[in-house]
Design a protein around this ligand. Sequence first.
Ligand code: ZN
Length: 86
Amino acid sequence: MSEVQWFCRNAEEWDAMAERLKLIPCPHCKVVGTLNRHGCLYGYDENNRKQKTVRARRVFCSNRNARPGCGRTLSVWAPTKSDGSA
Ligand SMILES: [Zn+2]
């Protein structure tokens, strides 16, 4: 499964991106106006394995309701403070 991955630095950046989704071309089909928020991917915090954290947000290119999208998804990854790679 090939999936495009985007990155954001924090929740504020994701919020800004989410608000502009309708203005951003789909990376798969290049159509503008079809991207929708599609939930989150969860993972476990490296330092606290009982704590679930949001690892990435999912974005869906809508092909429903006569939308011209491609129906594919992409992930927007947000670094967590505990993963040490930031
Ligand atoms: Zn698309």
